[in-house]
Write a new protein. Structure first.
Length: 561
């Protein structure tokens, strides 16, 4: 629902490129309205429809979080607005060629928070016979078995899984050599989408975790208007303190309390309606949307000053957690304790020990190391037929586990380049040539091959510094200069000559040979003389990070000197 942040220098939180337009504000207000409605809930909501689709076309792999012994399908977290009966529609089981994956019998299951709530078979001899004889009529009947599935669910966020019970672990002989381990099972059934409709016959609302956090007090319907207002003030001051990341003043509460009164009047005296309107005002406020650090009143232009404890708390929290500071950190800041080095160190250690600090890896480190760009690269299918989405996911998970281990174990930053271990599953181990690794679970392994040590041996780094069809020593060298040594190369001149790709009918040249022609100009060699040698040292790794000894285009041995 929110606009995508602009990037500068690889990061999406650089203040001077983040703009807010009127259309962006409309999106923020719409998001605020939706979020507050979900947080507070509605005991009598109107039935609505939400559709979820699998994130990948290959549904032969197990999805983490679903029960063991299940392949494919999807796992999503859905906020159910109220207690009641919901209907599930599983679409796309039959169709698209009528018999796709239905030659054998499959068991389709629905799980709510890991518990099975529905199971029915699809495919097999009877379904195939019906499709052969009745075609579209039979397809409609098969799909109809998986429509309007009734499931009773309590209000709040729940993990919904729709998947298949594994049919067999036997590999098919149809594919002589499957590139992906464990993917030799043929006739794979697939789920196109899952629709959740409801609630029907809502039966009140079980207190959700979000609602319990918002309503720090709950006035009875019999209390006076003044008592309700006092409770509303307590709820809004607690919420605004978290949202604004500081102690809340009476002035801060003027607007939210005005929205509370207006919302309550519009809701025919409903207390929840007033709170909902006030919360929407808070999360639409510039005090929440913007981070601004206070400047001392007597500070001169260009002078140096210590940031306040409150601002320091936000710096810490947004860097380590990518989210708001919690109550404990805010309390320490409000009491002025963060000036104490021992207290500051204790808070840093506490924030790092919390699971939320994983965003330091997936947010900061992935932007710094350009790993986010891996989703934008689509390797040439002809040159790299064994590349698939499971390998792309494995590259990201490896980097996540590797960098996180350095932080959690408080290792030297030098280990980013020299660590002799990594984290692999069977798919990634096969890509790296590491034997005796089985299954989708990632585990830590010691690397016998020193060329795989550290960041420069990781498939994710090697892939984001390549082109879809070939390696790019310039990109790899520039990546090292910019991200490791902090000495980014100068931008190329406007009239720089493009890379001379190999042409059909001519004798193919290696990337090194083409780059040597490119560096012949003194004006180019000033930068390329520094970048290229760093990139050439990694030429034994192809564009998706696999080890090679021969250039497939030129047919000559790789020169990585």
């Amino acid at each position: 629902m929110l606009p995508k942040d602009d990037q500068a220098d690889g990061f999406d939180n650089i203040a001077n490129v983040l703009k807010v337009s009127p259309s962006f504000l409309d999106q923020y207000v719409s998001a605020a309205r939706t979020i507050t409605s979900q947080a507070i809930g509605n005991a009598q909501p109107k039935p609505a429809s939400v559709v979820f689709r699998p994130s990948r076309s290959d549904q032969s792999a197990h999805i983490e979080g679903l029960p063991l012994g299940t392949p494919g399908g999807l796992l999503v977290e859905h906020v159910f607005p109220a207690d009641g009966e919901y209907k599930f529609n599983i679409n796309g089981l039959a169709g698209g060629g009528y018999v796709r994956g239905l030659e054998y019998e499959h068991r389709v299951i629905i799980t709510i928070d890991g518990a099975r709530v529905f199971e029915k078979t699809v495919g097999g001899e009877e379904d195939i016979k019906a499709i052969d004889q009745k075609q579209a009529v039979a397809v409609a009947a098969i799909n109809g078995r998986f429509q309007n599935i009734p499931v009773s669910v309590k209000a709040g966020p729940h993990k919904v899984g729709v998947t298949f019970v594994v049919r067999t672990f036997a590999e098919s002989d149809e594919t002589l050599f499957p590139f992906v381990p464990g993917r030799g099972d043929d006739r794979i059934a697939r789920i196109g989408s899952v629709e959740i409709l409801g609630p029907f016959n809502p039966a009140g609302m079980t207190p959700t975790p979000a609602r319990q956090r918002v309503f720090v007090c709950n006035p009875a319907s019999s209390v006076t208007e003044a008592e309700q207002f006092g409770c509303a003030r307590q709820i809004l001051s607690t919420f605004a303190r978290r949202a604004f990341r500081r102690t809340v003043t009476d002035r801060d509460l003027v607007a939210p309390l005005a929205f509370y009164k207006s919302g309550k009047e519009d809701g025919a005296g409903d207390f929840d309606a007033g709170i909902k309107a006030a919360l929407m005002a808070i999360v639409s406020s510039p005090k929440f949307l913007y981070r601004a650090e206070a400047v001392p009143e007597n500070a001169e232009s260009g002078s140096t000053y210590r940031v306040t404890d409150v601002d320091l708390a936000s710096r810490l929290s947004f860097f380590l957690w990518s989210r708001l500071p919690d109550d404990e950190l805010l309390d320490a800041a409000a009491q002025g304790k963060l000036k104490d080095a021992a207290v500051l160190d204790k808070q840093v250690q506490r924030l790092l020990a919390d699971p939320k600090s994983k965003s330091l890896i997936t947010n900061f480190a992935f932007q710094w190391l350009k790993i986010r760009n891996i989703d934008e690269i689509d390797p040439d299918a002809f040159q790299f037929p064994n590349f698939d989405e499971t390998l792309r996911d494995a590259f990201k998970r490896e980097m996540e586990f590797f960098v996180e281990s350095l932080v959690r174990e408080d290792r030297s930053v030098i280990d980013l380049l020299t660590a002799n271990y990594t984290f692999v599953n069977e798919r990634l181990a096969l890509h790296y040539g590491i034997p005796n690794i089985r299954g989708d679970r990632f585990r830590r392994v010691t690397l016998e091959d020193s060329s795989r040590w550290g960041l420069l041996g990781k498939g994710g780094v090697l892939m984001v510094t390549s082109y879809p069809n070939r390696t790019a020593p310039v990109l790899r060298g520039a990546w090292i200069l910019e991200n490791i040594s902090g000495t980014p190369p100068s931008p190329p001149p406007p009239d720089v000559e493009g890379f001379k790709e190999n042409k059909e009918g001519e004798k193919a040249k290696t990337v090194r040979e083409i780059m040597e022609q490119h560096r012949a100009k003194p004006s180019c060699n000033g930068c390329h003389g520094v970048m290229d040698p760093l990139g050439f040292a990694l030429e034994n790794f192809d564009a998706i990070g696999a080890w090679r000894t021969k250039d497939v285009n030129a047919g000559t041995p790789i020169d990585a000197s």
